[in-house]
Write a protein that binds this ligand. Structure first.
Ligand code: GDP
Ligand code: MN
Length: 349
């Protein structure tokens, strides 16, 4: 059986999807994107690249989610790019919008006076809250073991000739990232204090064994910071002069064992943050939240830097530096920008 791609009049939705490779080892994983109808061209471009670089060999399914019904044009536009199974879902209910305890007037006012990127956007906040606390519980996603998050307009620079899902599973990895940046501190003025409160109330949830709070924090006192090096003092995170350095995994790319987000520790943390209102009174992103949670609850060795995956999300990219892989990548690693690497360098130490 094969799909006749020359028959342009065919309704792609009714074609039985046929995989090229029936692989023996498969992971219960999928590409997942929250996306708007207006982003069809950018999403097609991303899917085209993922197919060409990886998925034409592996045939993992795609799941697209939207707070509005997807148009027929969007659905057939995506289905025209891939043979893989594609499903489209609606985001609704408590997962999108304001929880009842939020003071909406205050949220409106805070947006008006904020002057960072997306500071004035209400929907951006709904999006960040959804990606932080609900995407992994969506009916189309809740039965997946792993997801690989994608977005419109992202690029994949290099052939990926192994299965990152399987790699994660076989190595018992929980979180895979590609880029690590510094958050704009104005978007999260009270995130760290709220996190500290959470840690104080739930010390048993902090991974005693090789958590990586060191990577995301520093002391205000420079000398003390230098002294600390890699060593972690007991309960140092409760001290006032110890604060979040902004380092976070850029979550527009993330490959995650979703049992992490569905764990009691993560859900308790999300609820605690959600109740504090910072998604709306500030502009907390899902990226720092995923990262801080990983730093508290996981061991560093459960997190993997995919240094072999060349990736771009407007307006920053990461190009693998390994020379033996350069042939497979269409990017320039000498253009990897420095501020894009500060948190990453610290990770490598
Ligand atoms: P940025 O990456 O932080 O600049 O934010 P984006 O605008 O790329 O949003 C992140 C992801 O969420 C993208 O995949 C967007 O398509 C999606 N997204 C953002 N806002 C909305 C929204 O209001 N509705 C829907 N359906 N998707 C959204
Ligand atoms: Mn984006």
């Amino acid at each position: 059986k094969y799909v006749d791609t020359n028959n342009k009049t065919k309704n792609f939705e009714n074609i039985e999807k046929v995989g090229i490779v029936d692989r023996i080892e498969r992971v219960n994983g999928a590409f997942v994107a929250l996306v708007r109808n207006s982003e069809l061209i950018g999403m097609q471009s991303a899917v085209r690249q993922i197919e060409d670089r990886f998925n034409n060999k592996f045939n993992y399914p795609y799941i697209f989610l939207n707070d509005k019904e997807f148009t027929q044009e969007f659905k057939s536009g995506i289905r025209s790019i891939t043979k893989a199974n594609v499903t489209f879902g609606l985001v609704e209910g408590e997962s999108w919008g304001y929880p009842y305890w939020i003071d909406i007037d205050r949220a409106d006012e805070e947006r008006e006076y904020s002057d960072y990127v997306y500071g004035d956007s209400e929907s951006y906040r709904f999006m960040c809250r959804f990606q932080s606390g609900y995407i992994f519980r969506h009916p189309l996603v809740e039965n997946l073991d792993y997801y690989w998050r994608i977005e419109p307009d992202v690029k994949y620079y290099c052939d990926i000739d192994y299965d990152p899902f399987l790699f994660m599973k076989e190595n018992k990895l929980v979180y895979g990232f590609n880029m690590a940046l510094e958050e704009i501190h104005d978007t999260i003025p009270t995130l760290w204090n709220t996190t500290k409160e959470f840690m104080t109330k739930n010390p048993h949830l902090i991974n005693p064994e090789n958590n990586f709070l060191n990577w995301i924090t520093k002391y205000k006192n420079k000398k003390r910071n230098e002294k600390r090096e890699n060593e972690q003092l007991e309960n140092e995170y409760l001290q006032d002069e110890y604060f979040y350095n902004g380092c976070h995994f850029w979550s527009n790319f993330e490959i995650v064992d979703l049992s992490f987000y569905r764990s009691e520790a993560y859900l308790d943390y999300f609820d605690y943050l959600d109740y504090s209102g910072g998604f709306f009174y500030e502009r907390w992103g899902d990226a720092p939240i995923h990262t801080i949670a990983a730093a508290m609850f996981l061991k560093k060795e459960q997190v993997h830097f995919f240094r072999d995956i060349g990736y771009y999300h407007p307006d920053l990219g990461y190009c693998p530096e390994e020379t033996d892989r350069v042939g497979a990548c269409s990017c320039d690693s000498s253009k990897n920008v420095v501020y894009n690497q500060k948190c990453r360098r610290k990770w490598d130490i």
